[in-house]
Design a protein around this ligand. Structure first.
Ligand SMILES: [Zn+2]
Length: 424
């Protein structure tokens, strides 16, 4: 585990050094660089999917690669403040990247399998924790089954999508705030953070004045694991992103991420068919055959449409970013509270804040639907940076917690009147 982590860190660092020399490259090239020669050699020797990094200039370049089905893991900034992206590429995606003038670094030491620190909570452990919070503090916490995972609908597994609802009194009359983790299976820090938040609110009720005010004045919903089947696959070490639906093809579930499943955060309506998301079942951003084709997105849709939370915060990893609608277009949202609150959250976390499309154009996402259809105020947090990847050691949760708790508490605080963001 430690040795693998060192390898990953070494590879990311050396890739950073290589890319520093290339970040101003803009002209279109077809000749392979040394990094790309290695990459071509790897493809020639039978590698189908290679871990890579590259500097890029703007969101349009990442959008092209996303539409080519590239699995973009996350983004960051290098020492020159140039944007750098990490992910995997196939040979055909490499050719698309070259046509865009991008110089690709082959991260030959980065493994496609993850090593999940056993101190993270898997699905069953997360559910047990939520259950005990509800059982031990029935005056403020309730476990709610909001739907089934895909494998449960197929009678292959018994996994419910569960929420912990925290609050006191007539909750339906209070401003609701929804926190979500694990749309994407391998992003294990996201479910862990939401679970930690649930415990923090329950355990500090009556002790911390801000927590007490939130519990007494808000209707707080926490869904740590939107994608229970995917999380199980991820815990086996797979670099898995989607749910595990095999009905649309895409191959057999193995240890590599190319295969079955629907990208749950490309399966929402509103911007589903406008831009972003792949029509190809094997692609990591496969949007599904129609909006809300998956039981997991149906569960979130039904909860959100019924309860209409003032704020939604959906945690992902990685990129150290706060994102707000729109994702499918670079038109700014009409509701100016979105960028105002998003920028405030970014300051609180020490992350970068931007409209989701500025990462790259991507439709079919939860937040476009929640804002576009229901006029809610949804945000995304990309926890951690490229050095963390998808399987950071559990100690890193301390840092993620310190970075992101203030934003979560801020949303709870202003949920009775989001216009407070404009007051001095
Ligand atoms: Zn994600």
């Amino acid at each position: 585990m430690i040795r693998e982590r060192k390898l990953l860190k070494t590879a990311l660092f050396s890739a950073l050094l290589v890319s520093l020399t290339a970040c101003s490259l803009e002209s279109s090239r077809i000749d392979a660089t040394s990094g790309e020669k290695e990459l071509f050699a790897a493809f020639a020797s039978g590698v189908e999917l290679a871990p890579i990094s590259f500097n890029y200039r703007d969101a349009a370049q990442l959008t092209c690669l996303d539409q080519a089905g590239m699995d973009i893991w996350g983004v960051g900034q290098d020492a020159n403040k140039a944007r750098i992206a990490y992910g995997t590429m196939t040979l055909s995606q490499l050719k698309v990247a070259q046509s865009l003038g991008l110089k690709i670094n082959y991260l030959s030491n980065v493994k496609l399998e993850n090593t999940v620190d056993s101190r993270y909570h898997n699905y069953a452990e997360t559910l047990a924790e939520l259950n005990s919070l509800a059982e031990n503090t029935p005056n403020i916490a309730h476990l709610v089954d909001i739907g089934d995972s895909w494998q449960k609908t197929q009678k292959e597994a018994d996994r419910d999508i569960c929420a912990l609802r925290i609050g006191k009194g007539d909750l339906d009359r209070k401003p609701a705030v929804l926190f979500l983790g694990e749309h994407h299976a391998r992003e294990i820090a996201s479910s862990e953070f939401v679970l930690m938040l649930a415990k923090y609110l329950v355990e500090n009720y009556g002790k911390d004045p801000d927590v007490t005010a939130a519990v007494e004045g808000r209707d707080v919903w926490l869904v740590p694991v939107v994608n229970p089947d995917g999380l199980e696959v991820a815990f086996r070490g797979s670099n898995w992103r989607k749910n595990t639906n095999t009905l649309y093809g895409g191959g057999i579930i193995g240890n590599l991420s190319q295969g079955a499943g629907v990208d749950l955060n490309r399966n929402y309506s509103f911007s589903w068919n406008k831009s972003g998301g792949s029509k190809v079942p094997s692609a990591e951003t496969f949007r599904g055959p129609k909006p809300f084709s998956e039981p997991e997105t149906q569960a979130i849709r039904d909860l959100v449409a019924k309860r209409k939370p003032i704020f939604l915060m959906s945690y992902h990893s990685f990129g150290r970013e706060i994102l707000w609608p729109w994702g499918y277009t670079d038109d700014p949202p009409k509701d100016k509270r979105l960028p105002a609150i998003g920028k405030k959250l970014a300051v609180l976390a020490g992350y970068r804040g931007e409209q989701a499309c500025d990462l790259y154009v991507h439709g079919g996402i939860l937040n476009d639907w929640a804002y576009g259809e229901l006029n809610l105020l949804p945000f995304t947090t990309e926890i951690g940076g490229p050095g963390d990847g998808f399987d950071p050691p559990y100690e890193r949760m301390d840092k993620f917690w310190k970075d992101n708790l203030p934003g979560a508490m801020y949303l709870l605080k202003i949920a009775d009147n989001p216009d407070q963001v404009f007051s001095k």
